[in-house]
Design a protein around this ligand. Structure first.
Ligand code: HMG
Length: 391
């Protein structure tokens, strides 16, 4: 049975900070960012944007194309959760008027949770082909000011409809996975920003790639030459470049098997100008491949490497379905990216220093230009609203 992604769409914040502006402020050579880590811009969320509003923006164009009452479950992956008990997906379920006959749950393990939700969804559909599952991967990447991670922030949400006979990609059974209890990146409950041992995290990422690859090849008996396009978790695009070099060596790929730029570059273009979006990043990379590859990639095999610090990782593949181009939402993606407003460093800091989330009552200034926004917090309860710009 073919099961996989039937529709896919992403949303990002309405503002960005250019790494040229960032470099000038910090008095650092901009090439450290443009070349050294391979990033140009970071999507910055204002205080009235969170993973709920981003995910509603990501999912709405998918729901507009189907009978949303048919959604049987929402699997919501995030490490930027808005409540310690209630899942962000239930707030989104309310905003989007989804049916009550629907299960909603939040998945967490750093950037890995999006892949976990996707794998769980495909398993549920294989068990019962009547299931139509909305998988969300949404995050706002935030580090302390003046730390090594600050240049690798960003934000985004991906919505994916998982069904039988998918129109975009059939996710193949069989994957390689790996878990190791390490402290490369973490966010204690009291913090809104992550802590990271940056250089160490890149080593653990690459080791996890090798381990998942070895497991993947044992389980599936596939080789490097069986894969046409490679999507990696992208905290910054240079990491994907290092990952592909590492994989080529580990897989002992021959010169004929490797076309480095064609295999990886189209999948990096959006991430380079959005920044890290943690659980969403791998799937924004996949959308970037779909929207930017010149060739018709029907029947081609795409690999996915998901890495979540801490750490859990998985390597799996899918096969592109003929006619996939007709359901892509490329214009929506490009328009959103193009319409973002640039921020000065001072404006970025104003968004960065959000109202104290431990306050009982907050009314948010209206900066989110999308169709859904966080209006306020009253008696510690979050209130969302649909705005006039909703289509
Ligand atoms: P850093 O100390 O700011 O940068 O940290 P650097 O000094 O190492 O420079 C970076 C690269 O730029 C180096 O190249 C320099 O040579 C080069 P490399 O040795 O890596 O090939 N460079 C220049 N190139 C051209 N012109 C110049 C120039 N100057 C320097 N003028 C670090 C970099 C990645 C550590 C930092 O950005 C960081 O801490 N990032 C956050 C952590 C992270 O993203 N880790 C990635 C792996 S873990 C992961 O992906 C999981 C994650 O998404 C979280 C989750 O799972 O939830 C983070």
């Amino acid at each position: 049975m073919n099961v996989g992604i039937d529709l896919i769409h992403f949303a990002t914040a309405d503002y960005y900070l250019g790494l040229d502006t960032f470099a000038a402020e910090k008095n650092i050579d901009v090439d450290k960012f443009y070349i050294g880590i391979g990033q140009e811009k970071m999507s910055i969320a204002p205080p009235d944007e969170d993973v709920v509003t981003l995910s509603a923006k990501a999912a709405a164009p998918i729901l507009a194309q189907i009978d949303s009452d048919e959604i049987t479950a929402v699997l919501f992956a995030t490490e930027s959760g808005v409540d310690q008990s209630k899942s962000a997906g239930v707030f989104m379920h309310g905003l989007l008027n989804l049916a009550n006959r629907c299960r909603v749950i939040e998945f967490k393990h750093a950037c890995y949770s999006g892949a976990a939700a996707l794998q769980m969804a495909t398993t549920m559909v294989r068990a019962n082909p009547k299931e139509k599952i909305l998988v969300i991967a949404a995050d706002i990447a935030k580090y302390d000011v003046d730390t090594s991670g600050e240049a690798t922030q960003g934000s985004g949400a991906v919505a994916m409809l998982i069904t039988e006979n998918p129109r975009i990609i059939n996710i193949e059974p069989g994957s390689g996975y790996f878990t190791e209890d390490v402290m490369d990146f973490w966010r204690p409950n009291h913090r809104t920003t992550a802590l990271v041992d940056g250089k160490y995290s890149t080593k653990v990422y690459l080791n996890s790639l090798k381990q998942t690859w070895d497991h993947f090849t044992e389980v599936t008996e596939k080789s490097f030459a069986d894969i046409d396009y490679f999507c990696y978790h992208i905290p910054f695009t240079k990491m994907a470049e290092k990952a592909h070099k590492t994989l080529i060596r580990r897989a002992k790929a021959t010169v004929n098997d490797v076309d480095f730029d064609a295999q990886t570059l189209p999948g990096q273009l959006y991430n380079r100008i959005i920044g890290n979006s943690y659980s969403a990043s791998l799937f924004i990379g996949f959308i970037s491949l779909l929207d930017n590859v010149d060739a018709d990639i029907s029947n081609k095999r795409v690999s996915f490497f998901s890495y979540g610090s801490g750490c859990v990782a998985e390597f799996f593949t899918g096969v592109m379905q003929p006619g996939y181009q007709s359901v892509l939402m490329t214009n929506n993606h490009r328009t959103q990216i193009m319409n973002r407003a640039p921020l000065s460093y001072t404006e970025y800091l104003a968004f960065y220093h959000q109202p104290d989330s431990t306050d009982e009552n907050i009314t948010f200034e209206h900066n989110n230009r999308g169709a859904y926004r966080l209006a306020g917090i009253q008696d510690y309860k979050r209130y969302y609203e649909k705005t006039a710009s909703e289509t």
